[in-house]
Design a protein around this ligand. Sequence first.
Ligand code: SF4
Length: 459
Amino acid sequence: MLLRHTNAEVAPREALTVNPAKTCQPIGAMYAALGIRDCIPHSHGSQGCCAYHRSALSRHYKEPVLAATSSFTEGSSVFGGQANLLQGLETLFKVYKPRVVAVHTTCLSETIGDDISQIARKAREEGKVPPEGVVFHANTPSYVGSHVTGFASMVKKMVDSFSENTGTPNGRVNLVPGWVEPADMRELKRVAALLNVPITMFPDTSGVLDRALTGQYKLFPEGGATLEEIKSAGDSRYSLGLGPFASAPAVEALDSKCKVPGEVLDLPIGLAATDRFVDALRKAAGVPVPPALDYERGRVVDLLSDMQQYFYGKRVALWGDPDQLVSLCEYLLTLGMRPVYVVTGTPGKQFLERIHEVLKDIPEAKIQQGPSSDMYLLHQWIKQEKVDLLIGNSYGKYISRDEEIPFVRHGFPILDRVNHTYRPTVGYQGAINLALQVLDVFLEKKDREALEENFELIL
Ligand code: SF4
């Protein structure tokens, strides 16, 4: 019993968070920046912050994550990090020759109050940034928000810094994919191609954090949205943002800065959310839905109706990021399941409104949100009344083991599996993948626990 000290009795707690359901802003900023071609994310803070953020991403994606740091010392902590950032930018452009350096701040540099715009200007004036080099930044102090808000801030900064309305429409639809996996980004592009909709997607980490081993080393992988693509997003006809927390700021900036109208949808996880996504994409581009996509949808419906008896009525506990949780809960309801406990550490009141709306027919649902939301309370709820399934990041494996509850890994970080890198969970194909994952853990438990006389070969 790894979590033997967790008991069912919930005592009031204010100043103590045990196993928080979030991580820090710069991780999201770093992940977003990796979705730009030829870009090095730069962490303006201590080596420790950067090492943690890189290692979290490397462990999740099982890929080396490129990132630089201002390497604050005691001196920079007192007098500010300008000298370190100037030196860092000069070295980066001289030695590694990136096209873009995406700087994000940390708790320390934000507390000092370093002005990154001024430092970047000074670096250019002093010739430390070459004429073709680009530096932009996002403010990501970790004493507010979470990795999701850090991601959203960096994506918005891409629009603020690069997107332009040149007056010549390009006929494309912007797709701001939200914090999803590289496999999901590939899937979104595949669906758009099936619909024959020309899209500009940014950030795009496919081909960066799931790249092929070719035998040839390249510092900058071939994936990622190019600077030109992000720039021309200002000439698109429409923008679709997936996941309000991760994508709304960028979509709103495209509208206010470049006059590109747009809308923000739930992440297309599950049947209903994918229907809404396909419909919005179809309308934005003025195209019909091709039979091939209708057929994919039909395969999801077939799977769900064939396997309904295994899903129906099962109680589920979920934790993770708000955009993911809303769509996952909606999909679980489609499957006939009951999402009863939902926990996120990312603050933002629109989550509570949306999740209450989605779960309006589950009166027993308990929801916890905010910086002090944690896995400890989730475990206590589970001890009070058990669930049949856990869905969340790798940190749930301890609860799963102690309580013998089937566990589907989803979200960030996943440190002990690799499925997420290869199997999308968005779109109709993603809906099939998710349902199969859930089905597999249920059937494995059934086989494991069946009495000999009930042990069946056939489903
Ligand atoms: S919480 Fe702040 S100090 Fe800690 S790793 Fe994140 S950015 Fe660095």
